[in-house]
Design a protein around this ligand. Structure first.
Ligand SMILES: C[S@@+](CC[C@H](N)C(=O)[O-])C[C@H]1O[C@@H](n2cnc3c(N)ncnc32)[C@H](O)[C@@H]1O
Length: 282
């Protein structure tokens, strides 16, 4: 006989998830939490009671499976494509003119579509300018499953095909492969090495006290559609930590429903959720 209610289990999950990741689950997420519990049990191959499984997570087992089950990884190529146009038309030509290595950071890369879109944008700019651009991208996420998926770089084309803006020809950047499956055939696209070698994928928790980068390291930081999972206070802390690693004059891209919080007095807004760092924040 269970000695706890579903709500007890959900409350415990919310606390545990917050302590491990900083993610805050709203009160109306009960159906989602139930579905994620099923996923956690499948992935951990744990058939017993959820409270016993949570005891194990608290004592250090199944932590990765727990985190991976409760992240939301929705993304697609060239999401909010005006950010990539800004990168191509404003940011990269200026940086290319200045010379030197361009360092970019994608702070919640999910299954990889966002950093690969950044890399394609670099190569398009290079072609437009007819000039060599030395650029690298660090792409991190807390979810190890999506990082593995990203590093493999294989996507279903049916999902991806609508996602490319007209200034990108996907055939330049992907190899196409038709694969037979039970439902018939599906087209897979595999990222070419030219893109892959620009990106380093790593696991990182944005809720950590500090990040393993140098001050003023990055010319560009993408932090999109991840802050929404944190409380306002935690969003502010994450933004301030990220900001230290952005160069003066560097560009920060945020997701459509995210805002720069306390950074507002230290940036200038140059487009829709596009901010240029003006000065350091203490
Ligand atoms: C909705 S996806 C957004 C992906 C991409 N940035 C975009 O805009 O399409 C959010 C990602 O944030 C990651 N995430 C959530 N909490 C995190 C944390 N504490 N540290 C790092 N990544 C986190 C999730 O694993 C997920 O892949």
């Amino acid at each position: 006989m269970k000695k706890y209610t579903t709500q007890d289990a959900h409350n415990r999950i919310k606390k545990l998830l917050y302590s491990l990741t900083g993610i805050t689950l709203a009160d109306n997420k009960d159906i989602m939490i139930s579905n994620r519990i099923d996923k956690l049990k499948r992935d951990s191959k744990y058939q017993g009671d959820i409270m016993d499984l949570l005891d194990l997570v608290e004592s250090g087992s199944y932590v990765t499976e727990f985190i991976n089950s409760f992240t939301t990884n929705k993304t697609h190529f060239f999401r909010e494509d005006f950010h990539f146009l800004d990168l191509k038309d404003r940011v990269l030509p200026k940086l290319a003119k200045e010379g030197g290595k361009i360092q970019m950071y994608c702070s919640a890369s999910s299954t990889g579509e966002e950093p690969y879109s950044m890399a394609m944008t670099v190569l398009e700019t290079k072609e437009e300018l007819g000039k060599y651009i030395d650029a690298s991208i660090v792409a991190t996420d807390i979810d190890t499953n999506v990082l593995q998926y990203a590093a493999n770089g294989i996507y279903r084309f049916s999902k991806s095909s609508k996602e490319f803006p007209n200034w990108i020809k996907p055939q330049k950047y992907f190899k196409r492969r038709v694969q037979k499956n039970l439902a018939g055939e599906e087209v897979l696209i595999k990222v070419k090495d030219e893109l892959k070698k620009m990106i380093t994928f790593k696991v990182m928790n944005l809720n950590d006290n500090s990040y393993p980068y140098q001050n003023n390291q990055f010319d560009v930081i993408f932090c999109r559609n991840v802050l929404i999972y944190f409380s306002a206070e935690d969003q502010n802390n994450i933004l301030k930590k990220l900001f230290r690693h952005l160069k003066i004059g560097g560009t920060l891209y945020l997701g459509h429903s995210e805002n720069p919080q306390d950074l507002i007095n230290y940036v200038s807004r140059v487009g829709q959720n596009i901010f240029v760092k003006e000065k350091e924040i203490n």
